[in-house]
Design a protein around this ligand. Structure first.
Ligand SMILES: [Zn+2]
Length: 318
């Protein structure tokens, strides 16, 4: 074999040699030739450097693809997170705005200095408790009693107060027995206390501490379930659920219409454990605005009354 032919044969094999895929005898033959032939050695170097370059580009390509894949994975995760966030935000905002809307309407209702609230509550199957509040320009009167089958079986002392005189003072008056309690309270009472005592609204709109108020306001949407209904009263109302309690709120006015509390007991079918009906504590509320007269909130003249003073501060200090 002349030199030139040998070179051609070896150069044909060089790529396979560089890839290390030749059989032992061909490999030996190539190596023997390379020792003697500089031209083929150079050729091998070229091939090896080409191969090396090729590997590098391939590696770069693979790296690029990997990066691309990581990025699209990240994008997918971010996308899902964004969707979840949007769903959560709309869920939260819907509730927050609904509750906020109710509070605003309610506050507007009670901006007037003249209102009457009636609260009728079931105590058990036969007894009904009434509580009626008249409020006019800082003066108020609260009358409460319990009826059984339409007859008053218990009457409580009538409560009077006058914020213009003293917002820490309240009178409990028994007009039949001509007895009166003058109570000195620990804290000042205000209009929203009167409203919330009577029409205990679910929402914490009467909290005085602004920090507590904000925390409560922001927390409300998490635990209130909100829906609407119109079955019981012929017009649409919100149904707000807080675990065991349920409150119905007039959509137009924000006023509390009904509230249902804990289950008080269960009726069973006779001689069985099959529940027939559960009864809960329940209250209904009625309102009138602008109709309270001065006489409605006028405390009786206490001359001829036995007046006892009652100071909560003294009780707490002793
Ligand atoms: Zn050669």
């Amino acid at each position: 074999m002349d030199k030139k032919t040998e070179c051609e044969i070896v150069q044909d094999l060089l790529i396979s040699y560089a890839d290390d895929v030749l059989n032992q005898s061909s490999k030996k033959m190539v190596e023997m030739h390379l020792i003697e032939c500089e031209k083929c050695r150079k050729k091998l170097q070229e091939i090896e450097s080409d191969l090396h370059k090729n590997e590098e580009t391939q590696k770069k390509q693979i790296d690029y693809l990997k990066k691309l894949r990581r990025r699209s994975k990240l994008k997918a995760i971010l996308g899902a997170a964004l969707i979840l966030f949007v769903i959560f935000a709309s869920w939260y905002l819907y509730k927050f705005c609904t509750i906020y809307g109710i509070s605003r309407k309610l506050e507007k209702q009670f901006e007037v200095e003249n209102f009457y609230i009636e609260n009728i509550s079931s105590c058990d199957e036969n007894k009904v408790a009434f509580s009626k509040t008249w409020y006019k320009n800082g003066k108020y009167k609260v009358v409460s009693y319990i009826e059984e089958n339409g007859e008053i079986i218990q009457k409580f002392e009538t409560k009077y107060g006058d914020f213009l005189q003293n917002s820490k003072e309240e009178f409990l008056i028994n007009e039949e027995e001509k007895k009166a309690h003058k109570e000195k309270m620990l804290f000042k009472k205000n209009k929203s206390d009167i409203i919330s005592q009577q029409s205990s609204f679910v929402l914490t709109w009467d909290l005085n501490n602004p920090y507590q108020y904000i925390v409560a306001k922001l927390g409300e949407p998490f635990y209130v379930r909100i829906s609407t209904d119109h079955k019981q009263i012929g017009r649409k109302y919100y149904v707000l659920n807080f675990g065991e309690t349920e409150k119905w709120v007039d959509i137009e006015t924000g006023l509390l219409i009904m509230s249902f509390g804990d289950i008080l007991g269960t009726n069973f079918y006779p001689n069985t454990n099959i529940p027939k009906q559960e009864f809960r504590s329940a209250s209904e509320y009625h309102y009138e605005f602008g109709k309270v007269t001065d006489e409605d909130v006028q405390m009786p003249d206490l001359s001829g009354y036995e007046v006892e003073e009652f100071d909560w501060k003294e009780i707490f200090e002793n």
